[in-house]
Write a protein that binds this ligand. Structure first.
Ligand SMILES: Nc1ncnc2c1ncn2[C@@H]1O[C@H](COP(=O)(O)OP(=O)(O)OP(=O)(O)O)[C@@H](O)[C@H]1O
Length: 290
């Protein structure tokens, strides 16, 4: 969708990028050529339109050519897509260890353990993608990291100053859809000036949508409100549970870019290899239950 018009492209995303760039390059060449012609004719008409009979005739002829070109429809300038701004504020480093699992065992019931004697550490340089079939325990592991769940055995040690933020789809249910994103943020984080809140929403590409009720936002835009809400807490560690479900390809790429520019730690649960390939340095496979 460009300039409110739907254009169809065949092939995959990479082919679309290639074809679109070629078409736009040609369109820009044609646009520049036409604009040069028009400028030349206009200048001629302005200079010689009231000169000798011969020059005036030539100027009139150019005027006709110009009118014909305009009637035939001029080539439009290539409209650049608005680049999505997605940005997490840098938080600075905390000395490791940041988050450590020591001999952790966990199950929702003691007779059905999902994890047994887990030992690992995650720090602010970590860029981990957790992958594996549904129901193997990826979300459970994130909840153990945040402290929402506690181990049956062993311990999870967190740095005293560690701020963790977790993204998951259920956060969308917390949004008050009758409110605008701006009012929502101001209610969630009272005592902050409006300008600061607008900027925090703007960092997630929602500047033009800040004032409309959130029920009018698409699912992808609601996800971005949640990202703005999480980012405002300036976490050093982001735990993202299936963050791309409602995001289009450009937004996924913006998210990947923002994560790559950010200095915190990341644990990502996702099936989306477009995001995983761009941001993960390690892939941990969570396999079947014990
Ligand atoms: N609150 C709960 N009480 C009891 N069992 C639960 C609870 N939450 C999850 N489970 C079970 O624990 C196991 C692991 O669930 P978890 O949600 O961590 O898996 P997952 O790998 O994140 O899968 P998915 O991608 O489907 O969310 C599943 O068998 C699930 O049914």
């Amino acid at each position: 969708m460009q300039s409110k018009k739907l254009k169809m492209y065949t092939g995959n995303f990479d082919q679309y990028v290639q074809t679109r760039s070629e078409l736009e390059e040609n369109q820009m060449k044609q646009y520049k050529w036409e604009q040069d012609q028009i400028a030349g004719m206009k200048e001629y008409i302005a200079r010689f339109g009231h000169g000798s009979a011969k020059l005036t005739r030539q100027a009139q002829s150019k005027e006709k050519t110009l009118a014909k070109m305009e009637r035939g429809g001029l080539t439009e300038k290539v409209a650049r897509d608005k680049v999505l701004v997605f940005r997490f504020v840098d938080v600075g480093k905390l000395p490791p260890p940041i988050l450590q699992f020591v001999e952790v065992s966990f199950g929702y019931t003691p007779d059905n353990l999902i994890y047994k004697c887990l030992d690992f550490g995650v720090d602010l340089d970590s860029r981990v993608a957790l992958v594996g079939p549904n129901g193997t325990g990826k979300s459970t592991l994130l909840k153990l990291m945040t402290g929402e769940l506690v181990p049956l055995d062993g311990m999870v040690r967190r740095h005293n100053h560690l701020r963790i933020a977790q993204y998951h789809q259920h956060l969308a249910e917390k949004l008050d859809l009758d409110m605008s994103a701006l009012l929502y943020m101001m209610r969630e984080y009272p005592g902050n000036v409006e300008e600061k809140m607008r900027a925090s929403i703007g960092r997630f590409g929602l500047t033009g949508k800040a004032l409309m009720p959130m029920k009018n936002l698409s699912d992808g835009q609601k996800s971005r409100v949640i990202f703005a809400w999480l980012a405002f807490r300036q976490p050093q560690m982001l735990l993202l549970d299936e963050p791309t479900n409602h995001l289009d390809i450009e937004t996924i790429d913006s998210l990947a870019e923002a994560l790559n520019e950010w200095d915190g730690g990341l644990v990502l649960v996702s099936h989306d290899f477009r995001l995983i390939n761009q941001v993960a340095h390690e892939i941990w496979v969570v396999k079947t239950k014990l």
